[in-house]
Design a protein around this ligand. Structure first.
Ligand code: AMP
Ligand code: MG
Length: 427
């Protein structure tokens, strides 16, 4: 038994995406992504993808090679009525079968055109050609049907490239067809641990020994610049093992973990504020309202967000947040003193329990030797204290702003959780 079979990965297939426009980058291959996701949800595992142009030899080589590894190959693209669409000819040639015009399909095509008051152009007859012995999957959204063609011991499934048509045929016919081939295939179960404020490599080091014990689970580290998601997948219905793994990883990642699930950081923060009945104000400089935007993207945000200021120039920090001009003159607008004063000034707003402040150098200009681009101060005032952190962020202006808002939300979440545990844990 192969390693894959032992782990319940019996239902393996490969995708060959066909089209010059995919190679040239004019079209992004969303079909393969959608197929991977959809098939995985049905317990069918895509183990490799290839992309080739509209070229008979290239298509044949890719399909033939895939069939040396798996018994089912899914092709998309190149089924149009024009001469540049050669997928069908390529695969029929590989199967050693002739293409025959299907009377039924011709009538079906004529009917489709007639329904729109049109006469079928002769070239559409190309799309009514079916290899002898093939299974035809009707196309509810267009003219090219899907096909399943036997090639040696394997099966090659052809789907049109137009995403809506490919999806419709897959859902209506291909999934049931594949599930008949692998009736016992298990559906994967997934847990996602979402973290922020820790680099992928540090995170991996921290959980290395735990991960080494998770031999029956698939573990993926998915970094983005707002954080790293750790995705655990079980293909064997091992729910207990999955939950135990989540608990083991969570205890290592507590400080950085904001959810086990798919919520965004702002959703988690919002839920925490609502649960505790706390209300927030935000005072932003370099993020220009991004934090307020993220918090107000959520419906019902007036339950926890009272106000926000974009205090961009010094005068705004003085007028909106009562930051003393002398403080700004002495320490600068990007300083621990300034960010604390901004947060504490914001907290004076009626009924505010917490205030978050952000001030920094988002660049590309404005950096100095002491305060290079990416220097950002964040602060959270509330529950009787103010905590401030300096960040040195990489990336361009947009990335620095996004990371700043993310770090501020994270600091707020930590303060909220700390409030719940009492102050003895304050560092
Ligand atoms: P075709 O079936 O090759 O004639 O493709 C028709 C149209 O579908 C193309 O013009 C592309 O815009 C689109 N298409 C083809 N392949 C893909 C793919 N893999 N992902 C997304 N769109 C595609
Ligand atoms: Mg094409």
């Amino acid at each position: 038994m192969s390693e894959d079979d032992r782990r319940g990965f019996g239902a393996r297939l490969e995708i060959v995406a066909i089209g010059e426009e995919l190679l040239g980058g004019e079209t992004v291959d969303t079909n393969a992504a959608w197929l991977g996701r959809t098939l995985k949800g049905a317990g069918l595992r895509v183990v490799r993808r290839a992309t080739v142009g509209d070229d008979v030899a290239a298509i044949r080589a890719a399909v033939r090679e895939a069939l040396t590894r798996v018994s089912v190959v899914l092709c998309t693209g190149g089924l149009g009525p024009t001469r540049d669409d050669v997928t069908l000819d390529a695969v029929a040639g590989l199967a050693g079968v002739r293409l025959e015009e299907s009377e039924t399909l011709v009538r079906e095509l004529q009917r489709r055109f007639a329904a729109r008051g049109l006469t079928m152009p002769e070239i559409n007859r190309r799309q009514a050609r079916v290899p002898a012995g093939a299974t035809v999957f009707p196309n509810p959204r267009g003219t090219a049907p899907g096909l399943a063609i036997a090639v040696g011991d394997g099966q090659v499934l052809l789907l049109p490239g137009v995403p809506q048509e490919m999806r419709a045929i897959t859902e209506a016919s291909v999934l049931p067809f594949l599930q008949r081939q692998w009736p016992a295939s298990v559906r994967p179960e997934t847990r996602v641990l979402r973290t922020t404020g820790i680099a992928e490599s540090s995170l991996a080091e921290r959980v290395e020994d735990v991960v080494a014990t998770l031999t029956d689970l698939e573990v993926a580290f998915l970094p983005g610049y707002e954080g790293v998601d750790v995705r655990l997948t079980s293909w064997g219905g091992a729910t207990d093992a999955l939950d135990a793994a989540v608990a083991a990883l969570a205890s290592r990642l507590e400080r950085w973990l904001y959810t086990v699930g798919l919520e965004s950081l702002e959703e988690v923060v919002a839920a925490e504020l609502v649960r505790r009945g706390r209300r927030l104000v935000v005072a932003e400089s370099c993020t220009g309202g991004l934090l307020a935007k993220r918090l107000t993207d959520l419906p019902g945000s007036s339950r926890y967000l009272l106000a926000g200021w974009v205090a961009y120039v010094n005068r705004a920090k003085e007028l909106f947040l009562a930051v003393p001009p002398s403080l700004l003159a002495d320490h600068g607008a990007v300083s621990e003193q300034a960010v604390r004063a901004m947060a504490e000034g914001g907290l004076r707003f009626p009924d505010a329990d917490y205030a978050v402040a952000i001030t920094g150098v988002a660049g590309p200009s404005g950096g100095t030797v002491e305060k290079p681009v990416g220097t950002v101060w964040i602060a959270v005032a509330g529950a009787g204290q103010t905590v401030a952190r300096r960040l040195l962020l990489p990336g361009d202006r947009a990335e620095i702003r996004d990371r700043s808002a993310q770090a501020a939300l994270h600091l707020l979440l930590r303060q909220l959780r700390r409030e719940g545990r009492g102050h003895d844990h304050a560092q």
